[in-house]
Design a protein around this ligand. Sequence first.
Ligand code: MRU
Length: 359
Amino acid sequence: MERMVSIRWEGSTDGFLCLIDQTLLPLEYVELKFGCGDLEKVYEAIQKLRVRGAPAIGIAAAYGVCVGIQDFLDADKERFFSGCSKCISYLRKSRPTAVNLFWALDRMSRKLQEIEKMYTPEQFSARMAAEMLLAEAKEIHQQDRCLCAAIGKHGAALLKDDMGVLTHCNAGALATGGDGTALAVIYTAVAEGKKIHVYADETRPLLQGARLTTWELMQRNIPVTLICDNMAAKVMCEGRVQAVMVGADRITRNGDTANKIGTYGVACLAAMHKIPFYVAAPTSTFDFSLHRGEEIPIEERDRAEIIKGFGMRTAPENVQVYNPAFDVTPAELIHGIITENGIITPVTEENILRVCQQK
Ligand code: MRU
């Protein structure tokens, strides 16, 4: 079977952003297409988690800008630039926590400024500008594929033959432009000939682990056992896992890491059982403007996700609900952060800066 591609661009500047609708997996495999006039639909796809996972959100948003500017392909310089800037500002509001969204849109914005400086209004061609922006989005995508491969290679050295590895949420090919971050480590270790058994937390409330991680691993014939989130302690206590490997949505200067709600609990359990807890993330997931985890904006999502997840009501209609989509794992619980430049360990600000600044 051919490898699934979670995000792709089809055609040239008047082409389409194509995304697998991750809200339908594993029951249905549907590819959505977004073209001219579909900017709001791209926003909705990010907001509703049809595309999700920090790096994938960034890539989708970069291509989303290319969808948005399709309305301005015959515009003059002024209209093109104001239209494009509005698309970028609009997409920035789609989700708050994953810094990769802002990182990718900042890159698109810098490219736009470069183009603005390059051409006078008389020389300017909107189609040429659109081509340059599409090239930038494709580069963001291509770079992510390489980052995933490098993370996989560095991280695989940490895994030994016959290990059980617990993961939370989905940090795989569905969540990135390549093979994932946490799951790339597992794919690489398996490709190197190691036998790895994955324990996937189901990841309430939206079940990214149950619906996506198990599906993705099974596509690649990697042994996986699904557990409810509240079973992790027992699985660890029974000696079934020797490492925890998760992704990240934003990491502050000191190494505090925001990832899917429940990750912090898993890190506490891992510490209790003396199991190493690793985060795998590209350096674009670091937010050097923030010093500590408390500063990370945490998305709060609709109460319906908890009381009416996937259609059926499972709690009294008017019960009070708190639904933060992410939590922050303090740096001291993290054994190492696996980046494309190598592994940051111990996780200190000094080591983070040293590894992230390597070219
Ligand atoms: O709400 P989601 O599904 O976008 O949350 C995703 C996660 O928390 C992932 O672990 C993280 O983005 C890393 S993906 C490589």
